[in-house]
Write a protein that binds this ligand. Structure first.
Ligand code: NAD
Length: 289
């Protein structure tokens, strides 16, 4: 049965390293998180982000805006944060209410402070292989995969999902690591066969337990990005990934659990990005993790 990849432990190690590096460099990175509305999952994410930012010795702050906030007012706040030298990283929590255009908000963030890595400038830099702020969850996926394969060169990697937030940047990073990359999605034919060719399978589809045992090549490494809330039959709910974990772990060589896999890595990489942005702002070389 598969090795369970401990994302919680690796995330802890990285957060510690980031905190140590900031201290060594004499930098106090500042991260500001903006949240609009009352989405309960977003509230939890934002609380955790700010809590762990402060635990790393960074300066964390939070702007909570009501659901009714106008797009113009949100853009004005982003511009104020762009101009505030104590703010090194700006994160606007998604999803935003329907009356606000998320792409416009993302494009308004100073690319040098875009610690989510979603600005088209950063997406473009990633695509052409320039140093940039790289989306956090994809970075986490690569670090987790490297605990099993320190060198990803030549591996057959299949990325399931092509979103701008996860699938596409994961594929870009894997190309950079010299893996052979296939991107599969909702229009892919013979999806289970495509997945079954993967030495490394990254699932980011947002469909509870879509990936079954026979989709997995024996011994493959499986990175499960999905976070899906499902009824547990006892009137409560539980979180499951995009992979049917219990059957998958019987055939995979290594697999990340949900929760406790990719999730904790996202915040660790957010802190690493914030340190990077702060180092750039202060004209110091940024450490890598
Ligand atoms: P998304 O909805 O933007 O994209 C989903 C992708 O999956 C699309 O490209 C679509 O083509 C593909 N897809 C959907 N249904 C499919 C199917 N039946 N077969 C094949 N492909 C299919 O989602 P996203 O933002 O990329 O997020 C994916 C999942 O990852 C979600 O569960 C989300 O909650 C989770 N997520 C986790 C973290 C984390 O920190 N762990 C961060 C971001 C997203």
């Amino acid at each position: 049965s598969a090795t369970i990849i401990d994302g919680k432990l690796l995330a802890e190690t990285i957060r510690q390293r980031v905190a140590d590096e900031a201290k060594r460099l004499g930098i106090t990175p500042g991260l500001t998180v903006v949240i609009v509305g009352e989405d309960p999952a977003s509230q939890v994410y934002v609380r955790n982000k700010v809590k762990q930012t402060e635990a790393a010795g960074f300066h964390g702050s939070e702007h909570r805006l009501p659901e009714s906030t106008s797009e113009a007012n949100l853009l004005k706040l982003v511009q104020t944060l762009n101009n505030d030298p104590s703010v090194h990283g700006i994160l606007v929590q998604l999803p935003l209410p329907d009356h606000i255009d998320p792409d416009l908000v993302i494009r308004t963030i100073d690319p040098a402070k875009d610690v989510d890595g979603f600005h088209p400038i950063n997406a473009g830099k990633l695509a052409v292989g320039q140093d940039s702020l790289v989306p956090c969850t994809p970075q986490g996926c690569i670090l987790l995969a490297k605990t099993v394969h320190p060198d990803l060169t030549g591996l057959n990697a299949v990325v399931l999902g092509r979103s701008n937030i996860v699938g596409k940047p994961v594929a870009q990073l894997l190309i950079q690591e010299s893996a052979t990359v296939t991107v599969a999605h909702s229009k892919t034919q013979d999806l289970s066969d495509v997945c079954a060719r993967a030495d490394l399978l990254v699932a980011a589809v947002g469909r509870a337990e879509l990936v079954k045992r026979h989709w997995i090549k024996p011994g493959a490494t499986v990175i499960d990005v999905g976070i899906n809330r499902v009824a547990d039959g006892l009137g409560k709910s539980r979180l499951v990934g995009d992979v049917a974990f219990n059957e998958a772990k019987e055939i995979a060589g290594a697999i990340t659990p949900v929760p406790g896999g990719v999730g904790p890595m996202t915040i660790a990489c957010l802190l690493a990005n914030t340190l990077k942005a702060a180092c750039w702002a202060e004209g110091k070389p940024a450490p890598t993790f």
